[in-house]
Design a protein around this ligand. Structure first.
Ligand code: MN
Length: 315
């Protein structure tokens, strides 16, 4: 038996949710265009995955590509993954790392870090990728910040399907990236005409995003844009494609802590956000300093008039 041909799924028709993405321009109306599917109106998280922006393919001819100036993070890990092109990362720990497709940049904010991301001076014609956040659980959310560039991710291939494991474990392959809750993130590439059974853990919830091409899953046709929430309780899911297709699989143990997510911060209540915002505005050592980026730090937006309310994974 091949690793992707587990017993055929037997069970009820599984409910799925198609989570539409919201168009967002990073850095203002003429900014860098992304499609945000997490947090979503109905569903804020998939496991500990709490943020998903997909972008591109963007033609970089005649524009400067990505330019996100120094900004802070707390209480989360940023997971950067590219389909095409390059992004240059600089952070307040002194790390500089250029990332390319097939590699992972994992930044653990913990109590506080700041970073900048930009298209490097020498770059490919096209930029495409995803920016994800993973919420840290209570026990680790104030840990010291860290950054790791991984270019040694495991790939498990079988038939027409190849899976690169970014985070966690999938089909017996384990990523070296450090996780803090049980979860998985994997890029799946399907050759034209492939139909594959993906092994799942029934206690986890999952979602699929098409990065390139088009897929069919349980009668739902999926193209780049929306995130298909697959739910939990299943041991596998069958995914098929016509032309060659690239997918992102996200999953994990449902994250039961209530969070306040505001700007680039993940916290537990309104007052924590107020403190984080004040610490960034006043330049306390909490967030350090990013060196080498040609531009000013990003100011936090004004606080909302009403108090921020902690929310669970489902709205
Ligand atoms: Mn960031």
């Amino acid at each position: 038996m091949s690793s992707f041909e587990a017993d055929p799924e037997v069970g009820p028709p599984w409910p799925t949710e198609l989570l539409e993405g919201a168009p967002v321009a990073l850095g203002g109306p003429r900014g860098f265009a992304v499609t945000r599917t997490l947090p979503n109106r109905q569903r804020r998280m998939v496991g500990a995955w709490c943020f998903l922006d997909a972008y591109g393919p963007h033609d970089l001819a005649g524009n400067q590509g990505m330019r996100v100036g120094p900004h802070p993070h707390t209480g989360l890990q940023t997971v950067t993954w590219l389909v095409a092109g390059e992004v240059l990362h600089r952070d307040s720990l002194g790390n500089t790392a250029e990332i390319r497709p097939g590699q992972l940049n994992l930044m653990t904010a913990g109590r506080g870090i700041s970073h900048a991301e930009e298209t490097p001076a020498s770059h490919s014609a096209v930029l495409q990728g995803v920016q994800l956040w993973v919420a840290l659980p209570h026990a680790d959310r104030d840990m010291p910040p860290a950054f790791t560039h991984h270019d040694d991710l495991p790939v498990v291939a079988d038939g027409g399907l190849s899976a690169t494991v970014l985070m966690g474990a999938f089909a017996g392959a384990v990523s070296p990236a450090r996780t803090h809750t049980p979860l998985v993130g994997a890029e799946l590439t399907l050759a034209a005409g492939t139909s594959a059974q993906l092994p799942l853990q029934p206690a986890w919830e999952y979602a699929l995003l098409v990065l390139d091409g088009a897929a069919e899953m349980d009668g739902t046709n999926l193209k780049p844009g929306p995130l298909l929430y697959v739910g939990s309780g299943r041991t596998s899911v069958r995914v098929s494609c016509g032309p060659a297709t690239r997918l992102l699989l996200l999953g994990g143990e449902p994250f039961e802590e209530r969070l306040v997510m505001w700007w680039n911060f993940v916290a537990r209540d309104h007052d924590e956000i107020v403190q984080m915002r004040a610490d960034w505005a006043s330049g306390t050592p909490r967030f350090g300093e990013v060196r080498g980026y040609d531009g000013p730090p990003l100011p936090a937006p004004p606080m909302p008039i009403t108090r921020l309310v902690p929310r669970g994974r489902v709205r």
